[in-house]
Design a protein around this ligand. Sequence first.
Ligand code: ATP
Ligand code: MG
Length: 392
Amino acid sequence: MCAMPGKNPYRPGVGLPPLYLAGREGESRRFGAALRSAPEIPANFTLTGLRGVGKTALLTKLSEIARDRGWAPAQVELEPRHNSEAPLVALVGEVAARLADEFATTRRIAQAVGRAAKSVDVSYGDLRIGFVRGPSEATQDLARVLYDSVTAANRAGREGVAVLLDEAQVIRDDRKGTDFPLSTLLAAVASLQREEVPISLTLCGLPPLKTHLLEARTYAERMFRGEEVSSLGTGDARAAFVEPLRETLVTFDEDLVERVVAEVDGYPYFIQLWGAELWDAADAADIQHFDTRLLDAVEPGIYQRLDRDFYEPRLAALTPAEQDLLLATATCSYPPLVVSELHSASPKTKPNVNVLLGRITAAGVLYRIKKGLYEFTAPRFHEYLVRRSGGR
Ligand SMILES: Nc1ncnc2c1ncn2[C@@H]1O[C@H](COP(=O)(O)OP(=O)(O)OP(=O)(O)O)[C@@H](O)[C@H]1O
Ligand SMILES: [Mg+2]
């Protein structure tokens, strides 16, 4: 008996840093270089991509890069309740204050920061922040609290503050109303950056984030460098699968690796899931070798887990009428989802289909590429719906 030693080295999950982060060298290098050129050239990035493609893992890596370059990173995940000026300002304010506290670890430093808080009033006044529009109170509050965090970071010897917001697609200006959380954030950061305050903003989220930025009241097209986080190429996908085994006693056949890489389409979440299931199966069978026979044995279980853990929760979060409409897409061609085709596939009335599509999009399951065309935010979601409808 030779039980597999050690823990499962794969990390299928949401935002779980992988043991080995494959690829992403380009994004990492560009982010590091941008910080080096800041604050004269503002270092602002957007990271957009599908569910499970590795956005959060990359964002965490960028936080580490910021730290290594002497910047103070503040990474936080936004939730739908932050989609309004007051809660967004409160959240970012809290994060900035926590950062300032982090630097005040000894009483001596704490006192210095306390004194700084007073002198900041003066220097903030001297800074003569120039706002393009009349700044809202929320914008001023946010600029103020961010400025304070940069001052505290500078006093502790840091270059500046890097704010990294995950799930940023949840914040969006209300075009008909009076609530502009996204513009508030952009205006506050841009106003500081115009004065060369060393602050960097990275917004990470699903593809609709890009549309929300274009729609924002504060025009932001040239404020960000856009990075599309896509699935991994063959070499990187292979490395993501193989590298976690390096410190283990597990060996593998090359044709097994090839099959896994072909099957997972370069999606990091799938790579971790396939690896984790193979590991558990080998562990249960007391073998230390991954081969295609093992894969044959576990593959049905992998798909069951994929459906249960990755897809079903997304479907279950919708109302029965929304679920019905999504299941009707199983008979449509894909990608993309063509709304006119869906109208024929669903027994629902046209206006009803349109309302439901709007709600499914608001729930972040679908996103609109252009008029009449949609895509799923999760890779291979359409295949899942086909499986669900029994039409594999
Ligand atoms: N570059 C990578 N190499 C290897 N594994 C990765 C890589 N990036 C992410 N992963 C793994 O893939 C899974 C999904 O990653 P992550 O949560 O970062 O995706 P995401 O795009 O943020 O997803 P979501 O849209 O659901 O938030 C995790 O299990 C993570 O460990
Ligand atoms: Mg994520």
